[in-house]
Design a protein around this ligand. Sequence first.
Ligand code: FE2
Length: 205
Amino acid sequence: MYALAKLPYALDALEPYISRETLDYHHSKHHRGYVDKLNDLITGTDLENMSLEAVVRANSPPLGRSNPIFNNAAQAWNHQFYWQCLTPQASVPNGVVSEGLNRQFGSVEGFRQRFTKAALDTFGSGWTWLVSTDDGCLEILSTSNADTPLTQNKIPLLTCDVWEHAYYIDYRNARAEYLQSFWNLVNWDFVAANLQLVSMPLDVA
Ligand code: FE2
């Protein structure tokens, strides 16, 4: 059985950018819903002893098809990752992260603008990601619904949840205002830690 990942901060810690009410609904209703449905679907199957990431990878449906196990497992994983991308403590990209962003997007501000545009252009529900390819290139990626870079051989570094449930209570339909707030909450230390994992030689572990 998969447990609902705990939030790494208090429910009101992200105010005024994300309210306690939003965080409470998002975590204890939406995220919990995916975890509970996943547990219902896999109990008694050979998937129940696999890691969440392995369940996501093993159940990725062919293009245009839907798989409830994938949908719920991927949403459980995506949310777990998203919570860690946010922090109430202001942070800035460290040297390695800002060098990577400068190299790929011209500047940190250039990255921020392109990521924001990708998030605003995502039609319907989905996620916007900063990912690394396995050869170390940084990319901005938009995924629909539950889709996740885990199934595309890309390593997630940062994500923003652009499902309406992430912002509708606080911002109604104004996704742009939510995005503006998102940049005040990004946990750049988490991004740096993810980037370090990408560059770590496999034989070090
Ligand atoms: Fe969400």
